[in-house]
Design a binder for this molecule. Structure first.
Ligand SMILES: Cc1cc2nc3c(=O)[nH]c(=O)nc-3n(C[C@H](O)[C@H](O)[C@H](O)COP(=O)(O)OP(=O)(O)OC[C@H]3O[C@@H](n4cnc5c(N)ncnc54)[C@H](O)[C@@H]3O)c2cc1C
Length: 360
């Protein structure tokens, strides 16, 4: 398959794709600045972004507005896809996650950015930057790489739970707390975060039950805290969530007993979607909170590998939509600064060469 890149607007360089071996599409790499200085047709993106959620799209807008050519490769499955609306994003309260993505894509394209639908499976370093391979064999190249692929929520293994996630199986009080205020809420304990979640969700409802499930028995201090906040503790493991007419109505315990609920709170393991980075030798690490994995980076998102940035949930499992967008903006600004420095170095090199020729 051959992908033809879109020309940048406002002076941004065009991007083109050449046919590679065995029919694969290969975006030839030539820096935009080299192209400008030589007058040759520019043939690669300044920046390839993998992941078009809040973080990746925000970076792409910042880079497009900086007259950089940008390609965003996106599989179209934002983490919050099952949720009806996005909350705590000032001026966008309640917007559907796909509508947010649609608007973001349009903004990227309005600044000349190119959206590419697909899944990136690997990346490799090239002489002038990075080449990203998609699942269909397409290769997209750029001088810098930003990975904003988000994370996967791994849920406890309870029958029926997965299909309720983001609807009446919840993890984040700031995403859903207002919507479930005052309802009958169960906390499914599967790790150390459960105590925190139980005491936190108590802010939104006085009707909280902590199901110890696979978590250890609370300490005496914790039991006192739970009692002080009127939180009921149920021992034993939860076998299944009970659903009627597409609504959760409770849980069934392993011993067969049932407890009525309106919503259940889970503690997913947050797993960074880091596959593309792994192929460049950048590895996800355990997050200090024990909540899952993340890809370490410097403030602004630069990883240990020069030229590669991360932003959003892949780098910070706690990031919300607005903070992921903010991280994308900062990464975009950092990448533009890095490209500006590289362009300056190249200009000085060319200038000196020209000076040497004039002098000789
Ligand atoms: C159920 C639920 C509800 C939530 N509600 C809220 C809320 O109300 N408010 C809020 O602020 N936050 C909410 N969040 C958190 C929010 O989803 C994240 O903060 C946000 O999505 C992170 O943005 P991101 O850009 O890092 O990742 P994402 O939004 O997940 O975007 C990553 C994008 O990269 C793509 N991608 C991944 N791998 C590849 C690949 N290899 N190749 C190409 N594309 C790839 C994905 O398909 C996706 O489109 C919620 C989360 C969940 C699970």
């Amino acid at each position: 398959m051959t992908h033809t890149g879109n020309a940048g607007t406002g002076g941004g360089p065009a991007a083109a794709v050449e046919e590679g071996p065995a029919g694969t599409a290969v975006a030839a790499v030539a820096t935009a600045e080299t192209a400008r200085s030589t007058g040759a047709s520019p043939t690669a993106y300044d920046v390839v972004i993998v992941g078009g959620g809040a973080a990746g799209l925000s970076a792409a807008v910042a880079l497009g507005r900086a007259l950089r050519s940008v390609a965003v490769i996106d599989a179209g499955e934002p983490r919050n896809a099952p949720a009806e609306g996005v909350h705590n994003f000032l001026t966008r309260d309640g917007i559907n996650p796909f509508e947010l993505q649609r608007i973001g894509r349009a903004e990227v394209e309005s600044y000349g950015g190119t959206m590419i639908a697909g899944t990136a499976v690997a990346a490799r370093r090239t002489s002038a930057g990075f080449a990203v391979t998609l699942g269909d064999g397409t290769v997209v190249s750029g001088r810098r790489l930003l990975v904003a692929t988000g994370l996967t929520d791994e849920l406890p293994d309870v029958a029926g739970l997965q299909s309720r996630f983001g609807r009446d199986a919840l993890h984040c009080p700031y995403c859903h707390g207002w919507e479930v205020r005052g309802t009958e809420i169960g906390i499914l304990a599967s790790g150390p975060r459960a105590m925190h979640q139980a005491l936190m969700f108590r802010q939104w409802s006085a009707r909280i039950t902590l199901f110890l499930h696979t978590a250890p028995e609370p300490t005496d201090d914790e039991l006192e805290q739970l009692a002080a906040r009127g939180i009921t503790v149920v021992r034993g493991s939860v076998a299944a969530v009970v659903v009627v007419d597409d609504a959760l109505i409770g849980v069934r315990m392993a011993d067969g007993s049932r407890h009525p609920l309106d919503n259940i709170v889970v503690g997913p393991r947050f797993v960074a979607r880091s596959e593309v980075l792994e192929s460049l030798g950048i590895h996800a690490e355990e997050h200090p909170t024990g909540a899952g994995t993340f890809v370490p980076s410097a403030p602004g998102g630069l990883t240990a590998v020069p030229g590669v940035w991360v932003a959003g949930n892949v780098a910070d499992p706690m990031a919300q939509v607005v903070s992921s967008a903010a991280a994308g903006l900062m990464a975009g600004a950092g990448i533009n600064a890095d490209l500006t420095a590289a362009d300056l170095n190249e200009a000085v090199r060319v200038y000196r060469l020209a000076g040497a020729r004039t002098a000789s």
